[in-house]
Write a protein that binds this ligand. Structure first.
Ligand code: 5AD
Length: 356
């Protein structure tokens, strides 16, 4: 698929053509990763963030939220809950919080790995190679870092660098993570002000070029306490992509088509914009993963990267039950085991084949 063809899919109107995109993605999903829907228990470790991204509700300059950092013992309780619920993976996500030190995270990984068989996915933003290396040594399996948009100007505008630091290169960081042996995930927001159709098509091409093991996408949701949530600041692209559920679903489908073996979640952004059927629609448009939230309820509403985030008052049990009901309703089955990405497993066996 070339860029022009991707743009055409992104612009196609509801009807037969769009139905065929969904069917193609759903069929490829079934052939490549099957009918199992993997459940990943999500723990939001900290909403403290040293960065000031203009789209994100937990940005440094948002003084209107109460900040928290979870304690190790609390994360361990979440890990045991994940095991009890039959999940194969724990996702540890957080802002770029200097208090989530290399040692704190290393200790957490070691303790989870000692006490459970869970796979561990980290989603802790831009960190040093030294930290990534150490966490990998401790047993972390996967790392998520969305590049957000492949348009460098737009990325730099919405993602200012750390004070006194040069602009970062997330694509180079993803390659570093891959070289360290992480199963590597990335993704973008859809419909950020300033994002054109061509930009978004390029994002999808980049998923394929990077050979991602995991891809997370979701529509941009304006947060009123951020620059991009205030109308007067917003500069649209000439060919602006809408931040709609429909556009998000098209990107999900195209992500599945360009990376058939990737693990692709139906993200919370879809469930937030369409409470009734957002999650299920994602699973019908190419997704094969859901991430029920295991964060203790008292912290959950504080991790507001965008407003009215779905499931922000649910208990972990309710999040699990909702996911299981949706999976059953679609005639799919909850995944068993760790749910590693077939793309990554293929890569691992390559050198062995060569030697043999
Ligand atoms: N709308 C949608 N997605 C957002 N994210 C952050 N803020 C928003 C928002 N306002 C996404 C980013 C980030 C991920 C954790 O959440 O893509 O990488």
């Amino acid at each position: 698929m070339d860029r022009q063809e991707i743009v055409q899919w992104l612009k196609c109107s509801p009807g037969e053509e769009l139905d065929s995109l969904r069917e193609k993605a759903d069929q490829l999903r079934r052939l490549s990763v099957g009918d199992e829907v993997h459940l990943r228990g999500l723990v939001e470790l900290s909403n403290i963030c040293s960065r000031n991204c203009s789209y994100c509700g937990i940005r440094r300059d948002n003084l209107s939220i109460k900040r928290y950092r979870i304690k190790t013992e609390e994360v361990l309780r979440c890990a045991h809950k994940a095991v009890k619920f039959g999940f194969g993976t724990l996702v540890l996500q957080g802002g770029e919080d200097p208090g989530l030190t290399k040692e704190f995270i290393s200790d957490l990984i070691l303790r989870i790995k000692t006490e459970t068989d869970l796979a561990i996915t980290l989603s802790l933003g831009e960190r040093n190679v030294d930290e990534w290396q150490e966490w990998r040594k401790c047993g972390a399996d996967r790392y998520l870092l969305r590049f957000e948009t492949s348009n460098k100007d737009l990325f730099h505008r919405i993602h200012p660098p750390q004070e006194g630091q040069p602009q970062c290169d997330r694509v180079a960081m993803l390659k570093t993570l891959q070289a360290l042996g992480y199963e590597t995930g990335s993704g973008v927001m859809i419909g950020v002000p300033g994002q054109s159709y061509d930009d978004l098509a390029r994002d999808i091409e980049l998923f394929a070029e990077l050979g991602l093991d995991m891809i997370g996408v979701g529509p941009f949701i304006p947060h009123p306490q951020t620059p991009l949530g205030m109308k007067e600041n917003v500069k649209m692209a000439a060919e602006q992509v809408p931040n709609s559920v429909e556009m998000g679903l098209k990107v999900l489908a195209l992500a599945r088509i360009v990376c058939p073996g990737a693990n692709i979640p139906s993200t919370t952004a879809f469930a937030t914009l369409d409470r009734k059927s957002g999650r299920e629609m994602g699973l019908c448009w190419g997704a094969n993963v859901v991430m029920p939230n295991l964060t203790p309820v008292e912290y959950r509403k504080l991790y507001e990267i965008y407003p009215s985030k779905a499931a922000s008052t649910e208990t972990p049990e309710q999040s699990r039950d909702a996911a299981l009901i949706q999976i059953k309703h679609l005639g799919r089955t909850p995944g068993r085991g760790r749910g590693d990405s077939p793309t990554h497993l293929e890569q691992l066996t390559k050198p062995i084949r060569k030697e043999g």
